[in-house]
Design a protein around this ligand. Structure first.
Ligand code: ZN
Length: 442
């Protein structure tokens, strides 16, 4: 039976935080150098393969868009003072804005300004991906302070034929069956959404690199929506290898944890996440699928219908910092990132270890005491939980997986798997060979 493994969790939260902080300043978008530069930094830790699809490539009902570059942007008043400056925050420009360079009146300018009256000191994050427009985002208070004047507006950007870029790293396991972990990489300087997810995904890949695993792990860092569509279009014939999948986003705050189930709702990843979260000691929210959110929308579109759920701490749009300049590095914490990492690691551990067993002594209960399983004889380690052993023996009829048993017993999976290991060592269990993922019943 596979041995459990413990990923090093000490210090891991601060390593993830440091990585998130390193990529935070980069101005990313759905295309362009921001994603390339981010992947370049991440490749110092994990050899992500960089894929590029040319502008104009048809991908299902979509087309790879032009590549966006931005060098500078500002609004100047008639005295030459920059009242809004892209150099101060990349959120100041509507992401994917077309270039502009002209003089406008205050009332004309206001048609292109975006603010948050409810949060008058925060800069909103806005995009204009699929229609040509330009605009600036600024705090409501700064907008109110603008005098009646003539303003120079300047956005030095362009849209050119180029590429859509995404990163992918595959860790091969014993089985071709895959566990997909995906994070969107298209947002500019927003820490929780989603420098946190990108950094956590990278750290998980880094930890698995030198480990032997049963499943193959595929880590995908792609621009939201269009990147996931591009990946699915490029890998259409392979997606049935995906037996488990998680989208990771907003994993750096202290909320939740929140899990949105896959469209199917009853797959093994849904059960594994629910189990780990319900035994986390936190106050998890487990919600049904809806066709809105992050890239689970594409993975769970009806043509694919993959077993992919969404893991977050606070749910998107549920906190005031969401899509504002307040989603900065102070909105995420190393401790929260460490806890999120721990939960994802436990989920991985669960699917790695989960299996079906047959009780080799099924006629009445076997005598545990004579096998040293009731009391601590000689060893330093306490014997496994007695109830866990009794549940494993009773339900190991080849038809119940360890996760089935943990759910039925209401005990943590770790306790059930530890009991199973001890019973297996004593010859009281034999493992049922399964042909692939443990959600394929033998
Ligand atoms: Zn977002």
């Amino acid at each position: 039976m596979p041995q459990p493994y413990t990923l090093k969790r000490d210090q891991v939260g601060s390593q993830i935080y440091d990585l998130a902080a390193r990529i935070f300043p980069i101005c990313r978008s759905i295309t362009g150098d921001g994603v390339r530069e981010t992947l370049r930094l991440l490749r110092e830790h994990v050899p992500f393969e960089v894929h590029e699809l040319p502008t104009g490539t048809p991908i299902f009902d979509w087309v790879v868009p032009r590549e966006w570059s931005i060098r500078d942007a500002y609004i100047k008043d008639s005295s030459g003072n920059k009242v809004v400056d892209f150099a101060e925050s990349n959120l100041h420009v509507v992401n994917y804005s077309v270039p502009v360079s002209r003089q406008v009146t205050l009332s004309e300018l206001r048609n292109h300004l975006h603010t948050l009256p409810d949060q008058p000191d925060a800069i909103p994050y806005r995009t204009s991906y699929y229609h040509d427009d330009w605009g600036f985002c600024l705090s409501h208070n700064r907008m109110l302070s603008l005098q009646d004047d003539t303003y120079d507006v300047h956005i030095d950007s362009d849209h050119k034929e180029g590429f859509l870029t995404y990163g992918e790293y595959v860790h091969n396991g014993e089985l071709a069956d895959e566990f997909l972990i995906s994070s969107h990489i298209c947002h500019p300087s927003l820490a929780n959404d989603n420098c946190s997810g990108v950094a956590l995904t990278t750290q998980l890949a880094k930890q698995l690199m030198d480990r032997k695993t049963r499943f193959t792990y595929r880590f995908l860092l792609a621009p939201g929506t269009i990147g996931a569509i591009a990946w699915l279009a490029s890998n259409r014939e392979h997606v049935d290898r995906i037996k488990y999948g998680l989208v990771l986003a907003m994993v750096g705050d202290g909320g939740g944890p929140t899990y949105k189930k896959s469209r199917r709702g009853d797959t093994e990843i849904d059960r594994a996440v629910a189990h780990v979260l319900n035994h986390s000691g936190l106050d998890p929210k487990i919600i049904g699928f809806s066709p809105y959110g992050y890239d689970e929308r594409q993975f769970c579109s009806p043509g694919f219908n993959l077993p992919v759920g969404l893991f977050q701490r606070s749910a998107y749009a549920s906190i005031p910092e969401y899509h504002t300049s307040n989603d900065n590095l102070s909105s995420i914490g190393a401790n929260h990132l460490g806890i999120s990492y721990g939960m994802i690691s436990e989920i991985i551990e669960l699917v790695e270890v989960n299996a079906f067993f047959q009780n080799t002594s099924p006629y009445c209960e076997p005598q545990l005491g004579k096998r040293g399983l009731y009391t601590n004889i000689g060893g330093d380690e306490a014997p496994p939980d007695r109830m866990a052993m009794l549940w494993v023996l009773n339900l190991s009829d080849g038809k119940h997986s360890l996760l089935d048993i943990a759910e039925r017993a209401g005990l943590p999976f770790s306790s059930i798997s530890r009991a199973a290991r001890a019973l297996h060592e004593q010859g009281l269990l034999s493992e049922i060979a399964s042909k692939g993922a443990s959600n394929v019943r033998p």
